[in-house]
Design a protein around this ligand. Sequence first.
Ligand SMILES: C[S@@+](CC[C@H](N)C(=O)[O-])C[C@H]1O[C@@H](n2cnc3c(N)ncnc32)[C@H](O)[C@@H]1O
Length: 286
Amino acid sequence: MPRRRSQLIPWKVAGRLTEEQPSADDVVQATGWVFNNETGDTLTMAEFVATGDNEVPVYLARFELLNGDDEHRRLVEIGCGIGRMTCAFTRRFGTVIACDLDAGFLERCRESVARFGKVDRLRTVEVTDGRTLAIADDSVDVAFSYITLQHCDRDDALALVGEALRVVRPGGQIALNFRSWSGVDPFVLPLGAAVRLLLRTPVIGGWLSHRRFSTRLAWQANRLDPHQVVGPIQDQLTDIVVWRNPARNAPLWGVKHATSDHFEGINRNHWWLVATIKERAENRPS
Ligand SMILES: C[S@@+](CC[C@H](N)C(=O)[O-])C[C@H]1O[C@@H](n2cnc3c(N)ncnc32)[C@H](O)[C@@H]1O
């Protein structure tokens, strides 16, 4: 059996913990912080999903991802977790394909959507290798990913960007969230790598994988700037907009034909790539 990559361990451990909980509210109390950094014995799944209900319409509107026919359109969410945002997506889009590394999260995501969304519109896809989506080429209208690509191994993150480009049809859109470098990262990223190494060690690894501080460090995996993501794929895209917090207004470089836009709702260390997929070159096999 191939050795599990240390990058995937913190998520798998959180997923297992999620599976062990007796109720949805217990899931949020035990693992909700994994998704929105909130803790407490009084958290409920309803409140957790409400955070997604508040955010989703804002992103969909700001990034102009909606059209009048959304009931007939398909959205893929890369890194859905236990469905914080997925519920809201299913109320808007005719089909939502929720993808995640962890099968336990996907099961809980289905439960969340059954309670708070439209479960008949949901499909789930397990991303078993952390980098490939088992979804047909050109088969969805929108690819959306929030606070996920920063937690992947850098090559996996870039592979998932490639997968988003592959599965979205020409004329469809992508909205992908990344984290770029901040002042503490020269310390945090090496610490994260060290904790991931320790996660492999027999006793210490098990202990660390259940601790909040070490898990949070372990999932600090990559920082990517716009030129690193957009540079290699920009010829496949049109209407490229890099969205950032208004405090981040340095000019974009290494990205042709991209415009820069801002809104307060974006974390200061995050940025979004929002773009439309161009018609394919004739080289894709039919
Ligand atoms: C911080 S959570 C965000 C979940 C959700 N987007 C939200 O905002 O609530 C990150 C999610 O990404 C998933 N994830 C991490 N690496 C992944 C990968 N390589 N492929 C797919 N999902 C991944 C984790 O299992 C986790 O559910």
